[in-house]
Write a protein that binds this ligand. Structure first.
Ligand code: APR
Length: 286
């Protein structure tokens, strides 16, 4: 669906209203979930065929579950790691990420994301709070954080492809050594927040403050099911902010719903609000 059809289709008036809100905004927060990266080839969690449908979160979203798998079923753990890491290692920003970055030329924008794929920063967004952490960083028990390049994840992904065939615990840990292990700075792990763990700081404190200070909140591609992040849209509304939600599925809250895929609706919103279209060099590859 091209930008034009998004504008002339059912979205028309709603797109105009959302564009007006953005043009008049003093502080915009874009709150994103897995849906904003779906068009970059990264599976969402709860859509049909999503990650949690294939890997139940009771085991795969908790540190204790992953450690039990490392002990009892390293092949299954290797399969999970491959399914998570490979798409992020190969992903590029899609038009949704690029439109969000382009807004910065016109209005103050802060991105608060639940995603760990680093695509907002790669698209050019300069104020990004990763409240669930990042797969492009490792954290040591001593508190140090080392940032990785996407190429590092591509190396891990290649190692995992080799390891999955006859996976032993040792081979799996060797394949994951760039993300998980012990070095001069002590044991380290991916800087990703697992279920039951505190949200990443200072991202959570700064991100929540930005939401409380925003007058427009743009919610993109999140099912709004995981606390405490899911409270942000209602906290923004309670403070009088206008809330726009971009998602193929209807929101539960009474907000301005722009139905559709982020990679189609956001470029149309950028065009409508500021007369700017993503140029040809920025559109998806292939
Ligand atoms: N464009 C916009 N939205 C989309 C698209 C798309 N192309 N494809 C799917 N969506 C929407 C779905 O309709 C759904 O509302 O994205 C949302 C994805 O929801 P989830 O899979 O639950 O992902 P998310 O909301 O980010 O999950 C939040 O849960 O498991 C934890 O830590 C994990 O950060 C994650 C958190």
């Amino acid at each position: 669906m091209e930008e034009a059809s998004v504008k002339e289709g059912s979205l028309g008036n709603k797109l105009l209203e959302a564009a007006l809100w953005l043009r008049r905004a003093q502080q915009v927060v874009v709150f994103t979930g897995a849906g904003v990266s779906a068009e970059s080839g990264i599976a969402t969690f709860r859509d049909e065929g999503g990650l949690w449908a294939r890997f139940p979160p009771e085991r795969f979203a908790h540190v204790s579950g992953l450690l039990a798998l490392l002990r009892d079923d390293p092949a299954r753990l290797a399969e999970f790691c491959r399914e998570v890491i490979a798409p992020i290692a190969e992903a590029r920003p899609n038009p949704a990420h690029r439109a969000i970055a382009a807004f910065e030329a016109y209005i103050p924008v802060v991105v608060v994301t639940q995603n760990v794929d680093g695509l907002h920063q790669e698209a050019g967004s300069t104020h990004v709070h990763e409240i669930h952490g990042s797969l492009l960083a490792v954290r040591s028990v001593l508190g140090g954080v080392e940032h990785l390049r996407r190429q590092d994840l591509q190396e891990v992904s290649k190692n995992l492809r080799r390891a999955t065939v006859q996976t032993s615990r040792r081979r799996l840990l060797w394949a994951l050594r760039r993300l998980l292990g012990v070095s001069h700075w002590g044991p380290y792990r991916p800087d990703v927040v697992m279920f039951g763990e505190p949200l990443r700081e200072p991202d959570w404190t700064l991100g929540r403050r930005a939401v409380h200070e925003s007058d427009v909140l743009l919610v993109v591609g999140t099912s709004g099911l995981v606390m405490p992040a899911a409270e942000l849209p209602s906290e923004a509304r309670a403070r009088g902010a206008k809330v726009i939600q971009i998602d193929p599925h209807p929101p539960d809250e009474p907000v301005l719903w722009l139905q559709g895929k982020a990679g189609e609706v956001l470029p149309a919103l950028l065009q409508e609000a500021f007369g700017t279209s993503l140029n040809a060099t920025e559109l998806p590859f292939g």
